[in-house]
Design a binder for this molecule. Structure first.
Ligand SMILES: C[S@@+](CC[C@H](N)C(=O)[O-])C[C@H]1O[C@@H](n2cnc3c(N)ncnc32)[C@H](O)[C@@H]1O
Length: 230
């Protein structure tokens, strides 16, 4: 899907919803605060949210990690309009920057003057990106050495009662949201390709999926040899 089509689709989706998005989503976009806690961004770390929506997460991360530099991209210009207002209202305009871009391919150096990031996160956006594998590949390639990619999204929900899971899938489908069943398998493949470490969980009785991909600055084999020698 090209960026213009993605922008049109997401603008149609969020043109009205963005006005009550944060008030409603807090009940069902579970795990976002857990992800922010897990970022553990250090002083001067560059942190990027891909699919930042209304900037709700960036604003919380800005409070939690006062010395980090925060960036967000989103394909929806409607969402970005809300994000800019909220960042401004939160007094974070000097430290949080957002821009229009497509998760599948963008040039952060051109947009933000920053080519690599210490932390990248994707919160409930992969389930809305048709080419989500390409978006993951692209995000992983933007990690600085020792950088981490944190992901939270809808899970398979197989540990929820059947009628709840079926109802959820139907309801999510009406928002063009498709839980990515193959997320764990694809992240394992990506971690192997990148020589990265992966942790993966299915919190909230499998309602969500939560993953952290850690890019090692040394190849994994050399790290293991270092541990063995120590
Ligand atoms: C469910 S919202 C999540 C927003 C935010 N991450 C949060 O946790 O509140 C999904 C966001 O992903 C954005 N999005 C969808 N496809 C995208 C793409 N190809 N590139 C960048 N953002 C995209 C949407 O515009 C929307 O803002």
């Amino acid at each position: 899907m090209n960026t213009l089509v993605a922008t049109t689709n997401m603008n149609n989706m969020y043109r009205r919803q963005r006005h009550f998005y944060d008030a409603t989503r807090k009940f069902y976009l579970l795990g976002r605060d857990m992800l922010i806690d897990g970022l553990k961004a250090g002083p001067q770390h560059a942190v990027l949210e891909i699919g930042c929506g209304t900037a709700r997460n960036l604003i919380i991360a800005g409070d939690r990690y006062p010395q980090a530099r925060l960036f967000g991209i989103d394909v929806s210009t409607e969402m970005l309009e809300t994000a800019i207002k909220k960042v401004d209202r939160a007094g974070l305009a000097g430290r949080v920057r957002v821009a229009h871009a497509d998760a599948v391919k963008f040039d952060p150096q051109r947009i933000f003057g920053q080519g690599r990031f210490d932390r990248i996160f994707m919160s409930y956006c992969l389930s809305m990106i048709p080419d989500w594998r390409a978006a993951l590949d692209f995000a992983a390639a933007l990690l600085a050495p020792d950088g981490e990619l944190h992901i939270v999204d809808f899970g398979h929900q197989e540990r929820l009662p059947g009628f709840v899971a079926t109802g959820m899938r139907w309801w999510l489908g009406s928002f063009s949201v498709v839980p990515r069943r193959e997320l764990e398998a694809y992240l394992i493949e990506l971690a192997m390709r990148q020589g990265a470490l992966l942790s993966f969980a299915r919190p909230y009785r499998s309602y969500a999926q939560y993953a952290v991909l850690r890019r090692a600055s040394l190849p994994i084999a050399r790290q293991r040899a270092g541990h063995a020698a120590a």
